[in-house]
Design a protein around this ligand. Structure first.
Ligand code: AP5
Length: 214
């Protein structure tokens, strides 16, 4: 499959993407995960991105497009991909359209995950993430807890709260989403490839996406 997952911070993009990878071997490409790994490893990209991320601002489009142009041409993308957290602005969506045309790739469709704001706020304050950059498994102390001593069930590393999970950064991320990313739904609706999914139960959402893929 080749799909984009749109949705507010905390809508469950990462959770749904990980479940979808079991469907047909398509890979999850999360710009957030790639950037957090770069920050942890202290690369030039990570150093440049960290300030934006900690405040809950978007990383500049040029940096993201450079990263994604390289990523989408790697061999493992041949199996299909689930774009999680990209594109996030109209310029990124336009650049992606050109890039996919150049690579002769079509999208199946764009999934827009719709989740009420109160549910989102609750999920973001209770999320925990595996600290291992190669794992980054997502947990939630209410709906999907890690081990009782706070370790990842997959790789055993400690789970942590992300640096952008302060109340101030969460509110800024939600505002930034409304201003810069929510307009992408209209962009893809005009292209005739948008599908909206009310997403309270991730497994149910995944079933509906698989049904839409046919
Ligand atoms: P990114 O990592 O993409 O963060 P985000 O969009 O803010 O999304 P989240 O990861 O917070 O949420 P999610 O929708 O994946 O939800 P999750 O599945 O974890 O980006 C981080 C930063 O990187 C950005 O702020 C920006 O600075 C930068 N960046 C990234 N991409 C960029 C780009 N393209 N351009 C510019 N800058 C970029 O779920 C949330 C919680 O809810 C979890 O605890 C989970 O367990 C729980 N949960 C999920 N589903 C359910 C459910 N159905 N029931 C109960 N609990 C659930």
């Amino acid at each position: 499959m080749r799909i984009i997952l749109l949705g507010a911070p905390g809508a469950g993009k990462g959770t749904v993407a990980k479940l979808l990878t079991e469907y047909d071997g398509s890979i999850q490409i999360s710009t957030g995960d790639i950037l957090r790994s770069a920050v942890k490893e202290g690369t030039a990209l990570g150093k440049e991105a960290k300030g934006y991320m900690d405040r809950g601002d978007l990383v500049p489009d040029e940096l993201i497009m450079k990263l994604m142009e390289e990523r989408l041409q790697q061999d493992d993308c041949g199996k299909g991909f689930i774009l999680d957290g990209f594109p996030r602005t109209i310029p990124q969506a336009e650049a992606l359209k050109q890039l996919l045309a150049k690579l002769k790739m079509n999208l199946d469709f764009v999934v827009n995950l719709e989740v009420p704001r109160d549910v989102i706020l609750d999920r973001l304050t209770t999320r925990r993430t595996c600290s291992n950059p190669d794992c980054q498994e997502i947990y939630n102390i209410k709906s999907n807890p890690p081990t009782p001593d706070g370790k990842c069930k997959k790789c055993g590393s400690p789970v942590i709260q992300r640096d952008d999970e302060t109340e101030e950064a969460i509110l800024n991320r939600l505002e930034t989403y409304q201003e810069k990313t929510a307009p992408l739904a209209g962009f893809y609706e005009r292209d005739g490839i948008l599908k909206n999914f009310e997403s309270i139960e991730s497994q149910e959402t995944v079933k509906k996406i698989k049904a839409a893929l046919g």
